[in-house]
Each structure stands twice: as structure tokens, then as C-alpha cells.
Design a protein around this ligand. Sequence first.
Ligand code: ADP
Ligand code: DP6
Length: 325
Amino acid sequence: MFKGKARAYTNIALIKYWGKKNETLILPMNNSLSLTLDAFYTETEILFSEEFTEDRFYLDDQLQDEKATKKISAFLDLARKKAGIAYKATITSQNFVPTAAGLASSASGLAALAGACNEALHLGLDDKELSRLARRGSGSACRSIFGGFVEWEKGHDDESSYAQPVPSNNFEEELAMVFVLLNDQKKDVSSRDGMRRTVATSSFYQGWLDTVEADLYQLKQAIHTKDFQALGETMERNALKMHGTTLAALPPFTYWSADSLKAMQAVRTLRNEGIPCYFTMDAGPNVKVLVEKKQEEIVRQAFSDLFSPQQVITAHAGPGIKIIE
Ligand code: ADP
Ligand code: DP6
């Protein structure tokens, strides 16, 4: 019997990962850069035993169906192969984040699972190798191995595609991300399906590829010089472009709801009133607002008034993966 448990925090991309060049290895089309956050995380325990006859996956105390379990089993096969064992496993995972609502449960979920496997099977993977393993479960998970600002280097094969921390002189300690929870239900189009459809059919996708490197460069410059305005403007522009690509997909789709637009407009209004803050969105309707800590309370209050206090959660920079004894 082998047992391991890990906690991993979600991360939100400031420069998005949007599109794969290799679906099996999960190699992305472009580098991405994220901020790991302290407010949302996953804890996963795994038990491998000779006596188990099948993999069982419990998420938030619910035994998961065949489809969800198959995805996990495929990932576990990678870890089993590394360890040279064939034992089946029972996985018990708690998401302290809404699942599949565009709040990056796949990032914290698969990173925690990779960490738990590393521990249980004594794989001895260092952070870089663990990032590569997590990537095979869900692309964005490779960034949740590390805390603070993290860049996923796209690479060109399994070996060269992994995340690493971005030197920041502690800039992340000055920042807050205010989550505006507009809908925590499972979304219709997963990020995996959404990006696949976009790469395959969107006539706007080339525009994304043509400009994402320049966005990344500018964002890294903004981190380097601790320029909050440049950081926010670049992040917001990059998110809008990513979401633009979905409108030209076949069939077209969007992750935005009427409330998302309302929240985006509220961010612009706050800016016009002299409060520097910027939004980003992922594969779901929820809006995340980046603001300097010194003004986070103003932003939290504004969105609590516009929606309700229960729908607003403030996060700060979070740590990398942790093994739980
Ligand atoms: P999100 O925006 O929440 O990341 P996605 O559609 O990208 O939404 O990913 C959701 C998927 O991530 C789930 O359907 C499941 O396959 C996986 N996932 C979420 N939480 C966990 C977890 N704790 N352990 C393993 N896999 C998870
Ligand atoms: C919009 O990492 O969930 O959140 O690799 O297919 O599992 P898979 O996708 P996933 O996609 C995340 C997409 C995004 C942007 C980002 O986090 O960079």
C-alpha cells in the first residue's frame, strides 16, 4: 500500500494558454504566465493498493462517473509507468474552489494529484519534473507547482515544456485579485474543448498567435519594473484577445454572460474614477479583477454593491505545492 497527500493552489493566467500543438503530450501553442493564488486550492489523497481492482475517484465526497475516472486513470498510468507498478488507486479529492466554472479547478486539481502521486510512489521528482507530469493531466496545472508569478515555457517536446517561477522582486506581494463569482455551475464548453474548437476553426486564431509573444514580453517587462498599469493593461488586452478568438470559431461560442459584461464595465468605471484595476477571464463567466493591495477594499466594496458580498472573494499571491503529512 502506498499513500500520499498534497495541496495545490489555483493559478490565474495573465497571459493565457489557449491552444495545443500536441494534444497527447499537452504541448501548448504559446508560452503563458500566471499568478498562483491563496484563496482557492485542492487537497488530494491517493492510495495505491495491490488489492484494488479498479481506480476510484471521489471528488468532494462524490464517487465520479466513468468518464471522469477514465481521465484520472490515464493520468495515473503515467505515474504507474514511472514507478514500475500496476496497482490501482483510490483518489479522494476536495476542491476548495468551484469545479469547472472557469476558476481553474483543473489547475489545482491535477497539480495536487501529481504531487500526491510523487509522494505516494516515491517518484522523487523535483519541481521541474513534477511540473512536466502535472502538465500531462491539464496544461495549466504545470504552473500550480510554483507560487507567485510563473511562466510555462511551451517547449517543443515532453522534456522541454514546463513551468518555472518568474523573478519578480516580490511584486506579487503588492497585488490582489478580486474574484467576482457570477456563476459557479459547470460550464457548457470545457477549456479543453473550447481551445480545441478554436484552434481548428477560428479565423481569429492566427491573430492570437501573431501577438501573444509581444504581450508576454510586455507583461514580463511590467513585472520587472513593477509597473502596475502596464501589467494590468497587458493582462486585460490579452484576455480580450483570447475571448475574441471564440467568436469566430465554428460553431461560435463565448464564455461571457450579461453579468460578465456588467462586471467588465464596472472595472472601466472604477478606472475612470481614478482606481487603477484591470480584469481577466478564463473559460467561464466569472471575472477576476487585478488591483494593488492598497486599493483592494474599494474594488471589493464596489463589486459587493453591484452584485452581493457573497459573490466577491479577494485572493492574494499563493504558494507552490505542499505535501500534507
Ligand atoms: P476549470 O475552469 O474549473 O479549470 P475545466 O473545464 O478547465 O474547468 O476543468 C475541469 C476539469 O478538471 C474537471 O472536469 C476534472 O476533469 C478536472 N478536475 C477538477 N478538479 C479536480 C480534482 N480535484 N482532481 C482531479 N481532477 C479535477
Ligand atoms: C483559459 O489547463 O484547463 O484557463 O490543458 O486541456 O486541461 P487542458 O486545459 P486547461 O486550460 C486553461 C485555459 C485557460 C487559460 C490559462 O489558464 O492559461
